[in-house]
Every structure is written in structure tokens, then in C-alpha cells.
Design a protein around this ligand. Structure first.
Ligand code: SF4
Ligand code: SF4
Ligand code: SF4
Length: 330
């Protein structure tokens, strides 16, 4: 029988998850859970366990994510032309070490909330929403929701228009100018670049590995597992700490659940909300209607026109080049 390999998390990884969950909640995940390869996964982020890795230079989750994704962003070209229709070049290539906010080189960071003399550490990354407007709006279908729950931007198809960021209530995707498909089809527009964000380590999941941040967390503040099991653990932990859950209903529901002993209203009120450092507003609503094919079509038309023009241009230049080479070769 052909083995399905979609996200068959390894036994070693599973044991790590089970042991962590059992030790911390008294609940053990069923051993068959990960054998169901098409199952939807969910992540739990337990703020009562995260200490921000205060004893390290950089939080372990952030370090692991950076290491895993370091080769994902191609080399940036020298002179980046202004993006169109916006005028701002977003070039993070010389600030790759920035770790205290989301950037195209940093898909997770740890936000801090000072509440009644205590610091609450809040790891932030894409929530992997159930009905992600960021994917619905993408005119090139470069952004999609996978069966395992991951929302993934295909960097080879992304034209960096940042519509995904505009409709994300947390403005998670981040742009790097001067990279991507434009270099081939529309070099004059490469300032638009490519959007980057956490992809739930989808490639690692396919290989049966845990997401890097989950594997690296020394306090098992991050867990991943079958959605129903994770929801059960989140409910149990929230009850046990008389606490709160975030992510169940926000933006129409997400595949990331936070549990916290402190209310998310208070966390949201306290944290700095700046570019790359999103809000934590409870009950936040989806910015786009569930089905908005018209908006998508309207957005797609000029973009597709440009892309088609660019592709034609690229092909005709290549044709010229081939002709010249043939002539030179006699
Ligand atoms: S989630 Fe884990 S690895 Fe990340 S800052 Fe918190 S304790 Fe450290
Ligand atoms: S958090 Fe934002 S970027 Fe991530 S899936 Fe949801 S809408 Fe998309
Ligand atoms: S799941 Fe992977 S890509 Fe996402 S924050 Fe964790 S390590 Fe980074």
C-alpha cells in the first residue's frame, strides 16, 4: 500500500508533543492521532509557559525559525526601482537580524505586555486562519490554505502587491522589494517584490517533522497536534488557570489558539501596536466578505495585464537573444 506522506509527524516528534501535553495538562494525545494524514492541525501557544527565553540572547523559537528559513529569500538586486503604484521600497536585506517585529526575514517574534508589574510574553506569527482573506484576495492564487491548516504564500508566484497584508487584521505578511518573479517578467516593477510570512513549516510537516519553533521551545509553550485535540487541551488549560482563549473565533476562526491567565483585552491594551507588531484585539472580524470574487477579479485584471505584458516582453527579449546567439554561432 502506498504510504501517504502529507503530514505524517514522526513518532519521536509525536512523543515529544504527547509528553509535553501530558505533563502540563494531565491529558495525553491519542497515539493514532497523527496517522490520519489528511487531518487538520492546530497550534497551541500557552502564555502561562512562555518566559520569552529571558536567559537567551534571542528566543529559541525566533532563532529556530530564522535558521530554517534563512535561504528562502533570494539575493536582492542592487538598485531597486520604486514600486508601483506605491512609492516605498521595502528593503530589509540589510536588517536581517531584526528580531523584535515581523519582517520578511523574521516570521515570528515575541511581543511583551507589562501588566501589573509582570511581563507577559506573546509569541506572534501568522494565525493560519480558517477562511483566510489573505488567500481569497490574492489575484494570482499565490496564497492558499492547505488541508493540514497551513496558509502558505508561494514565493515563486507572488507579485508582492500586499493585498494579503491589507486584508489581514494583524497585517502579518511582510514585503521584501527587489526579489521574485518581477526579475524575470517585469524588472522595472521589482520594487513590488514578494510577501513573506510563517508557512507553519509546511515542508517540515510533510517530512514528518515538527515546525521549528515548536521543536525549539524549551518550555513547551508551543504545541501542535490534531485540531480537535488541541482545542480540548486549550479548553482544559483555560479552565484550569481560570483564563482566556484567543483564536477560536477571531477573524472567523484560526488554526492557532492562545491560552492566557490574563485577558486578551488587557494584553491588547498594553502592548505596543506598530508596523510589524500587530494588535491582539479580541473578536476581531474578517476584513473581507467570505466570498468576494468580484473584488478578486477587479484586482486581478490590471495585475494580470501587467504580468502578461511583462511575460511577453521577457519572451520576446529571450527570442531576440536566441536569434543573436544563433547568428553569432554562424
Ligand atoms: S515560545 Fe518558547 S521558545 Fe519562544 S520565547 Fe516562549 S519560551 Fe522561548
Ligand atoms: S493571520 Fe493574516 S496572513 Fe495569516 S492566514 Fe490569517 S489573514 Fe492570512
Ligand atoms: S511554524 Fe515554522 S515558519 Fe512558522 S514561525 Fe514556526 S518556525 Fe517559523
Amino acid at each position: 500500500m502506498k504510504e501517504k506522506k502529507d503530514f505524517n509527524i514522526s513518532r519521536r516528534s509525536f512523543l515529544k508533543i504527547s509528553a509535553g501535553a501530558a505533563a502540563l495538562t494531565g491529558v495525553s494525545l491519542p497515539k493514532t492521532a497523527f496517522a490520519r494524514t489528511e487531518e487538520q492541525l492546530s497550534t497551541l501557544i500557552d502564555l502561562s509557559l512562555c518566559n520569552g527565553c529571558a536567559d537567551r540572547q534571542k528566543p529559541a523559537c525566533v532563532g529556530a525559525c530564522k535558521a530554517i528559513n534563512k535561504d528562502k529569500i533570494p539575493q536582492v538586486v542592487g538598485n531597486i526601482p520604486e514600486p508601483w503604484p506605491r512609492k516605498t521600497i521595502e528593503d530589509w536585506s540589510k536588517k536581517q537580524d531584526v528580531a523584535n517585529r515581523l519582517t520578511p526575514y523574521n516570521f515570528i517574534y515575541v511581543h511583551k505586555a507589562q501588566i501589573e508589574g509582570k511581563t507577559i510574553f506573546v509569541p506572534r506569527r501568522c494565525m493560519h486562519c480558517d477562511n483566510p482573506a489573505c488567500a481569497t484576495i490574492c489575484p494570482f492564487s499565490a496564497n492558499s490554505k492547505k488541508k493540514n491548516g497551513a496558509v502558505v504564500i508561494d514565493q515563486d508566484l507572488c507579485f508582492g502587491g500586499a493585498k494579503c497584508k491589507d486584508v489581514c487584521p494583524w497585517e502579518i505578511p511582510q514585503r521584501q522589494s527587489g526579489v521574485g518573479i518581477y526579475l524575470h517578467v517585469l524588472p522595472d516593477f521589482m520594487g513590488n517584490g514578494v510577501m513573506y510570512k510563517c508557512d507553519l513549516c509546511n515542508d517540515r510537516l510533510k517530512e514528518g517533522k515538527l515546525p521549528g519553533c515548536v521543536e525549539a521551545c524549551p518550555r513547551q509553550a508551543l504545541l501542535i497536534g490534531p485540531r480537535k485535540e488541541i482545542e480540548k487541551i486549550a479548553d482544559q488549560r483555560a479552565r484550569a488557570m481560570n483564563g482566556y482563549i484567543y483564536g477560536k473565533t477571531e477573524n472567523g476562526g484560526t488554526a492557532t489558539l492562545y491560552v492566557s491567565p490574563v485577558s486578551f483585552e488587557l494584553i491588547n491594551k498594553t502592548i505596543d501596536k506598530k508596523p510589524g507588531q500587530p494588535n491582539m484585539k479580541p473578536q476581531i472580524v474578517r476584513r473581507m466578505a467570505a466570498t468576494d470574487p468580484l473584488a478578486k477579479a477587479v484586482l486581478a485584471a490590471p495585475a494580470l495585464g501587467l504580468a502578461a505584458a511583462g511575460a511577453l516582453n521577457w519572451f520576446s527579449r529571450r527570442k531576440e537573444l536566441v536569434k543573436k546567439e544563433e547568428k553569432n554561432n554562424g
